[in-house]
Design a protein around this ligand. Structure first.
Ligand SMILES: [Zn+2]
Length: 342
């Protein structure tokens, strides 16, 4: 059985030629079999992953319904824990839910691990049918657009900071590339956890917005280790989150303090980088990798949203305006998420 079925009007990638390769197509709607739930989508979020998918930079099977992030209302349920009318958002990962790793709560290690809209169909559609395990109750304080902004970027940042880097209240967090989706999520989550947050951006005009989100200082995207050391009295950051890759990795290592944790989830600017080994062992650094997150981590993230963590939405588009929405995501360095409304 396919893990995710996108139904009704769907935004389907047919040709990897950029936004114009995504077209609206109608698919039949079906009743959910046992264990699965059909949800009427109220909002679906876009990520840079969608741009890589639609341009062919990330190869996927086609036709493919895009978008990892969705929220909506249960229409029909084949699982006793959900009923018609429930307001939900989606855990953005598909997994088998049965293997030993899944049962141990490590869905990110499942051999069938998949991100919605990439390795399986996604949320950019009117109706989606998925396993009951993928649904979480929508925090009442979030709008539909905010609920759809939360899943992939915020889960990625949450796992990086909480599980992998063990960020504690009172520690200093440096977010490299604060205006990207994961960067913005990391600033908000770092602040929510009580850390002192520093960030960098290549878009100078985004500085005021990043300060408004709760960053204490915003530095330019090159040569930031010097000002980071200055504002931490020479100690460096306890945790550095870098999703930028080769262009920033050395500066990020220089910014990491004694016993610090450097956590990476992306390599937009290049996949190969040099490592200065003494900088790692003399300073007892930990270099940590992470991608997406587990269901338990998503549950913790949703609870944080119940307690006031609120994602940022840059702009909403109608679902039928998906091409325009993808072009907007590609062309502007917007702070916050781009959301589709079916
Ligand atoms: Zn599994």
């Amino acid at each position: 059985m396919r893990m995710v079925l996108s139904q009704g009007r769907c935004a389907v990638l047919e040709e990897p030629v950029g936004p114009l390769g995504v077209r609206m197509r109608e698919r039949v709607t079906t009743e959910p079999p046992p264990g699965r739930v059909t949800v009427r989508v109220r909002a679906a979020g876009l990520n840079h992953l969608d741009l890589w998918v639609v341009t062919g930079a990330q190869r996927v099977e086609r036709p493919r319904v895009i978008s990892a992030d969705g929220a909506g209302v249960v229409e029909s349920s084949g699982a006793e824990q959900w009923a018609a009318g429930d307001e939900v958002l989606f855990f953005p990962v598909a997994a088998c839910w049965r293997c030993e790793r899944c049962r141990l709560g490590q869905q990110v290690h499942c051999s069938r691990f998949a991100v919605l809209g990439e390795h399986s169909d996604g949320a950019a559609c009117e109706v989606v049918q998925l396993p009951a395990e993928n649904l979480y109750r929508k925090p009442a304080g979030l709008s539909w657009a905010e609920a759809a902004a939360l899943p992939l970027a915020y889960l990625t940042a949450w796992r990086m900071l909480v599980t992998r880097a063990r960020l504690c209240a009172g520690e200093t967090l440096l977010v490299v590339g604060g205006s990207g989706a994961v960067g913005t999520a990391a600033i908000l989550i770092g602040k929510h956890l009580g850390a002192s947050v520093l960030t960098t951006t290549r878009a100078e005009d985004k500085g005021p917005q990043l300060l408004e989100l709760g960053a204490r200082h915003v530095f330019p995207s090159s040569g930031y280790s010097r000002p980071v050391l200055d504002v931490t009295d020479g100690r460096g950051a306890d945790v550095v989150l870098d999703h930028v890759g080769a262009a920033t990795f050395d500066e990020s290592m220089r910014s990491t303090g004694l016993g610090g944790r450097l956590v990476t989830c992306g390599a937009t600017t290049g996949v190969v980088t040099q490592l200065n080994l003494p900088r790692v062992f003399v300073r007892h650094l930990e270099i940590l990798g992470s991608t997406a997150g587990n269901a338990d981590e998503f549950g913790d993230l949703v609870r944080a949203a119940d307690r006031g963590l609120r994602p940022v939405v840059a702009k909403e588009f109608p679902l039928a305006g998906v091409q325009e929405a993808l072009s907007f995501l590609d062309s502007s360095d917007q702070v916050g998420k781009v959301v589709l409304r079916p």
